[in-house]
Design a protein around this ligand. Structure first.
Ligand code: NDP
Ligand code: MG
Length: 377
């Protein structure tokens, strides 16, 4: 039986991971939240992990009281997250926290030789080079949960010893497909949170509206599959049925299809190389009937160009792009800045923070901090 730690178990990916557990043969050894302790307590009573963590100190104190009648260890803060990742006896860690807060626990799990089911894309955007090197050195597998990267991973099963020529990364286009930058400038929080195809956490939903999500995914794919960013094409595909595709040297394109439901890529990351029955509804091509594809509008969605720039430069640019974006999205979610200002603040950070090529972990953490400060100013 596989032992699983779920970081961010109270979020969108976390709860869907808990949802598919009965379909796979698994034992949960750790669960974490930031503040949603009521839900974490329910999950802990159901799954009986060895340890849990609430990142927020006050929430952790309340959680310890709530779980006082159990033998579950209650931890808090970054030390708690790292312990849940690396010292809970897990074989595989689902990284489903949102933001670069996931970086240190992911690195700790890799150092401990544990496989990673990676949802937390910000970790790879910030420190892809470091994380992938550590994984190679420790012989750890990074199994993608993000639907596009899972699709590419599944297509790669057909590659044999061949390298991919090109990745086709599909994008739904979000709620503002077809709008100009001027039309989008002052859209509301509610409009931006209304994603047409996927129900996800607030931060990634805003990233989908600005299309920064696809920019982050471009960088995620670059590191996961060792591809040059110019060999990754972004294709807008409104129906979210083709989850991504890979083109090979002979021109053959292999794609992965399915209804938009994260439970399938989550389950595949946890059962790979096995495929087990999954409770997601089945797709019927005749009901879908038509699939459409468009080139992305880079003038309307400047986040795409910013991410391409960071991808091409590497070094500390991913940390700067991501840190500034996390801060700006936070401000937008608090109604403090306009939608159109998110990308502007990311651009300001990329322009304002001097470039560092061979960045260490400390350099990346410093770049993240500086980018947040600049984006908040
Ligand atoms: P959610 O916001 O729904 O959940 C995030 C989880 O992380 C929650 O458990 C939350 O706790 C916890 N968390 C938030 N802040 C902190 C913090 N400072 N310290 C520790 N834990 C924290 O996010 P999603 O599930 O949507 O996304 C998670 C990750 O997966 C992201 O990186 C996202 O990009 C990626 N992803 C998500 C997809 C989706 O469909 N949702 C699809 C593909 C990728 P609390 O409940 O207390 O807030
Ligand atoms: Mg995705």
């Amino acid at each position: 039986m596989k032992k699983i730690a779920i970081l961010g178990s109270t979020g969108s990916i976390g709860t869907q991971t808990v949802d598919i557990l009965p379909s796979i043969n698994a034992e949960v050894v750790a669960l974490t939240t930031n503040k949603r302790i009521k839900l974490l307590e329910e999950q802990a009573r159901l799954l009986r992990p060895k340890m849990v963590c609430a990142y927020d100190e006050q929430a952790a104190r309340a959680l310890a009281i709530a779980l006082a009648d159990t033998d579950i260890q209650v931890l808090s803060g970054m030390d708690g997250l790292v312990a849940c990742a690396a010292a809970s006896g897990a074989d595989i860690v689902v990284t489903a926290v949102v933001g670069m807060i996931g970086l240190l626990p992911t690195l700790a799990a890799i150092e401990a030789g544990l496989d990673i089911a990676l949802a937390n894309k910000e970790t790879l955007v910030c420190a892809g080079e470091l994380v992938m090197r550590a994984a190679r050195e420790r012989g750890v597998r990074i199994l993608p949960v993000d639907s596009e990267h899972s699709a590419i991973f599944q297509c790669m099963q057909a590659a044999g010893c061949n390298r991919a020529d090109k990745l086709l990364l599909t994008a739904s286009g979000g709620p503002f497909f077809g709008k100009s930058a001027a039309e989008m400038r002052s859209v509301t929080r509610e409009q931006a949170l209304a994603h047409p195809n996927w129900s996800m956490g607030a931060k990634i939903t805003i990233d989908s509206a600005t299309m920064m999500n696809k920019g982050l995914e471009l960088i995620e794919a670059m590191w996961l599959y060792d591809m040059a960013p110019e060999d990754i094409e972004i294709v807008v595909h409104r129906e979210s049925i083709v989850h991504s595709a890979v083109e090979f040297a002979d021109g053959s394109v292999i794609a992965q299809l399915g209804l938009p439901d994260m439970r399938l890529p989550i389950q595949y990351a946890l059962t790979y190389p096995q495929r087990l029955p999954c409770k997601t509804p089945r797709m019927h091509l005749t009901e879908i009937a038509k699939l459409t594809f468009y080139a992305p509008d880079e003038a309307a969605f400047p986040a795409l160009m910013l991410a391409r720039r960071a991808a091409a430069q590497k070094g500390d640019r991913g940390a700067v792009l991501n840190g500034a974006n996390e801060a700006a999205v936070g401000l937008f979610l608090q109604d403090k800045i306009a939608f159109g200002e998110i990308a502007e603040r990311v651009a300001k950070a990329l322009d304002g923070i001097s470039y560092q090529k061979n960045a260490t972990l400390d350099d990346l953490l410093a770049a993240d901090k500086a980018a947040r400060a600049l984006a908040m100013a």
